[in-house]
Each structure stands twice: as structure tokens, then as C-alpha cells.
Design a protein around this ligand. Sequence first.
Ligand code: ADP
Ligand code: MG
Length: 552
Amino acid sequence: TTAPESQPFQAEVAELLNLMVHSVYSETDIFLRELISNASDACDKLRYEAISTPELIADGAPPKIRIAPDKKANTLSVVDSGIGMDRQELIDNLGTIARSGTKSFLSRLTEAKDGANLIGQFGVGFYAAFMVAERIVVTSRRAGSDQVFVWSSSGGSGFEIAQAGDEDAARVTRGTEIVLHLKKEAAKYLETYEIERVVRAWSDNIQFPIELVPEEGEPRQINSASALWQRPKSELKPEDYKQAYQQVAGAFDEPAMTLHYRAEGRQSYAVLLFVPSTKPFDLFDQARKGKVKLYVRRVFIADDADLLPAYLRFIRGVIDSEDLPLNISREMLQNNPQLAQIRKAVTGRVISELESLGEKEPEAFAKIWDAFGPVIKEGIWEDFERREKLLALSRFTTTKGEKRSLKQYVEDLKPNQTDIYYLTGESVERLKSNPKLESATARGIEVLLLTDPVDAFWTSAPLDFGGKPLKSLSQGDIDFGLMPLLDEKAEDKQDEAGADEATTIALIKDALGERVSDVRASQRLTSSASCLVAGGGAQDRMLERLLAMQNK
Ligand code: ADP
Ligand code: MG
């Protein structure tokens, strides 16, 4: 054995722990959910690794989770017989936060009132245990290893790591034992009824058995330990779905939409997906990774298998295939044709569910659109095949109002109007005072006011909806040709103007010279004298600016 070694926490971890210790979160219960969820992940990983290395579960003991309170010692233990951690894994996993966006999350947490909710969105996971414990001791044996290590910390700035003594090593035969030395104010978690309450509320749907080990009497299972997505819909209540969602997403909010079905046919699989009602903090991460979990016949395989396109990355849940081989490798996942088929079918289903929610429950859909619309719109740019469908799903602020669909836009077309018009800019207020709107407004023509950064991207593709091309008012020639002005007098003024047009244009061209590619008379304006526009086919000015910013 070697002497214990002290190591500092990564700066972000130290800051997070400091915040958790000094803020009063009402939802301390979640620490148990986080530990159980880690234990469950560890059991999942063991089952997965045992597919290729059956010796790992040669003892025949199926993975499970145990919770043991000890009033005399004032400790609560959460023990799993899952994959376990070796020395380096203990150091890396329990001393750093690998997730991107940690910095911005921490600054939000410092300011926020609803800390627990943010913690849930971020999933601070293991560190949540410091809300209730003054000291934590983790003893772990990586499956198949003959070495056991002990990680311990009282929060603060660091932790200690050491090889386990004989007694600890004999006790932890596989997996991880987490012993919480509870703070005084957290003593209630030593009561068995409290533990049962929290497990029922947050972790009932964990697939593995959770046993409560009372100080006296026999251990007993306190969760239902079934894969919820495999159960028939008729058996399930909204609360079951809510819990399953909060479990799988590590969230606190309600699901805004739940999709549960079983596909049979060329391939059989169960789908349980949720649209959250609040934005996760890392929605605009560079990686744009989804988090839907892939299972094969109830065995967890991967949570990074890109089961949905990036523009649906806010969706959480599980897809459980009956047909894929259990020993499918990560590399095989990438270009597996069966998986591609599932992805295609499920993507289509998600979009059509969103579509029908938009029709049947516009208010529920509006909430989803507010939170995730900017992400879904990435699909208009990326998913050529579903472009029209995604356009149909989109809602816009227009000169006529909010949350307008293109279907509504097209129904309200002016006589002789053949195009759908839009303007991109930074805010609706600024767009409304944009001189480029004048001529359209004067004709009563509706204009989409696009203010999300992503709007500059998808609009740079040639688009139409229901055979009506989308046209930018700040690009190329806009010909309102046969569409009359609402106000006759304005029309007269334009006719008069025509006479001097040629001379005026010649003068302006002279003055501006090379700085512009052309000077033209336009119907775009009614009261402003002139404006700058991008040439037809040239990139929209917003996109130019966005690209310029990113190239810096
Ligand atoms: P997350 O679960 O989101 O990755 P956590 O803070 O909850 O974040 O846990 C950090 C990491 O520590 C996990 O990803 C896992 O690798 C490791 N870990 C935590 N608890 C266990 C456990 N009981 N068994 C094995 N590994 C664990
Ligand atoms: Mg976790």
C-alpha cells in the first residue's frame, strides 16, 4: 500500500462546491437521485462491457443498488455492483467537470434564485452530495480488478486518494460504495421512510433493483425496477412519464411533449421521447450533440449514437431496439443501416407529432417553439429532405402579429402576391422602423421579421413554401408590380417621381462611383429617400456580419 495522496479539485469544481455549500437549495432530495442515477449508469456500463467480457459478471450476481442508513455512525451509504472506477477514473471523474459550458453555468448559478432547477439542468451530479454531506468517502473496485481505491473529501479545495485497506477491499467486491457523513441538518435522510419517499418520487423507474438495507430487518426492494418504455401505455399515468422524463433528462421541469410508442414491422423498437419545457444550458454548444439513449433489448448501449438529427438535440429519452446485435461496437453504430432506418423513422414521427401539437394545442406548441424554435430552424438549412415540413412547423413574428405560420401567411396573401417576404435583423423594434418595410406596409403585404441569428443561415438557401418563393426585402430587386398601394395618394406621388428618376440616378451614381455596384429606383420605399441593399444572390447582410464575426 502507498500513502494517501492529496490532490486539488479543478478550479470549476471548487467553485461549484463553494456555491453549493453556501446556497440554500430547497431541493436537497436530488442528491440521492444523482447518486442513484450514477449507480444505475454504472450497472448499465457493466452489462454493456460484459457482452464482450463475460468474466466481469462471472459471479452471477446481477447488478443492483443498495441504500443503507446507519444512525449510530450518522452515515448514508449508496452502493452499487456496477462497473466501478480505478484510481485514475476516481481522480478524473470526481475531481473535474468535463462538460463544456461549465463556466457560464457557474456564473448563472451565482445569480439565480432557482439554483436547484439550474443544478438539475446542468446535472452537477455527484457533487450534489455535498449539499447534505460534510464528508464523502468513495471506495471503488473496477470490475475485474484486484485493486480497490478510496477517494475522500470534505469539499473545500481538494480530495485524497489512497489504496484501500484489506477490510475495505474485502467488502467492495465489485462496483462503488459511497458513504456520506451527513450534516446535522440532513439527518432526516437516515429515516427509512424518507429514503423510500425520495426514491419513489425520483428514481422509481430505475431499471435495476434498488434495495433499502435497514439497520434492523431484511433488505427490501423499494422501486419497481422495470424499463418504463417497455410497459403498455394504458398502464402508465402522467406522473410516471414525468418521473421517467426527470430521471432520464436529469431535469426538474415537466415534459412539454411526450412520445411513447412501439414500432413493429421490418424492425421492432420501443420509443420514449420527451421535449423538455425549459431550455438546457448547453443548447448552443459547439458539439450540438443529442442525448437520446440507445438500448438493445433493455441493455444500455450508448448515449451518443446520434439517434436524431442535431436540430432535435433538445429531445431526451430512450430508443430500445429488438433487432440490433447486442455486441454492436461504437464504430458500427456510426454507419449501421438499421440504425439509420430507425433514425429516419423516428425523426419523421417526432416532426409529425410536433406538427399535430401545433394544430391541436397551439399554446403548448408555442411554448416549445419559444424554447427550441431557433434550434429547429437549423434543420431548414441542414435537412434538405424535410425542409418544407420544418418550414411548416416554424412560427414567425410578422408585421401582422406573433406566432404566425407560413400556412397562415399564404392564406392571407394579397391579390397578385406570389412571394413570401421577410427581413432579417437584430430586433423586431428595429426591423419595424426599417425603411425597407415601407413599400410592403403601404401595400398591406405581410413581412416576416426574422431576428434569430440562425435566420441568416437558413434564409441563405433558396426556399419556397407551397410553391411561393421566400424573398428578402434587403436583397436584389423587389417587384411589387401589380400589387396596389392601400393609399391612392401615395401611388400618385410615385408616378410624379418617375419623371425625374433618370437624372437623379445618374447624379447619385456619379457621386458614389465604385463604392456601390448599382443605383436603382425601387418600389421598396415610400417615405424614406434611399437605402442600401445586397445584390440578388449575394449573401444577406446579416449573414455577412455573422460570418465575419465568426472568422475573427
Ligand atoms: P455525470 O453522471 O453526468 O457524468 P456525475 O458528476 O454524476 O456526472 O458523475 C461524474 C462521473 O463519475 C460519471 O460520469 C462516472 O464516470 C463517474 N461515477 C460517478 N458515480 C459512479 C459510480 N457509482 N460508479 C461508477 N462511476 C461513477
Ligand atoms: Mg450523474
